[in-house]
Design a protein around this ligand. Sequence first.
Ligand code: CU
Length: 185
Amino acid sequence: MTKTSRRNLLKGAAAGSVVAGLGLTTKPETARPEAHAAGSHQHEPISGPLANASINFGAWRTDISLDRFPNNSPITGNQHQLTPHEVTIKAGGTVNFIIGGLHHILVYDDGTQPGDINAALANPAFTLLIDDPNNRIYRGLDPRPLPQDRVETVHFPNPGDYLVICGVRPHFVNDNMFGFVRVLP
Ligand SMILES: [Cu+2]
């Protein structure tokens, strides 16, 4: 028996004893309300090479001999791309966005294309940021506080092709800073 299946067995046994104590019958996994809440992969363990992927969300340049010590993040020293441009995971997996510099993650629902984004809509708190809520399923942290370098990890429970853009307007509009997360069934 693998570690994972034993853990599931124990989890099931624990849930079963709680249910028995309440005088209720055990329902199958699919009948539990959380299984219906937001897709069927929200709390399932997932493993294997398609369980997660990483995207470098901006990166620091080396062609200009950049020196960031002790705490320096010059806007001229940053490269504005998602690397890789597209990743593939399976439903229930996560993507780790490794952010280097002043960037803002916006994730849009299945099928959204870059041309669908209204980049003129501005975030009232920081007008340099795009604020188009149409089909947006994730908006990342305010990129202004230091350190700007950080990781945001985002869960994708449902299959689809998800557009990810940088909400810093000139990065998206001028530098085409966007990519895609392909989520397989
Ligand atoms: Cu950016």
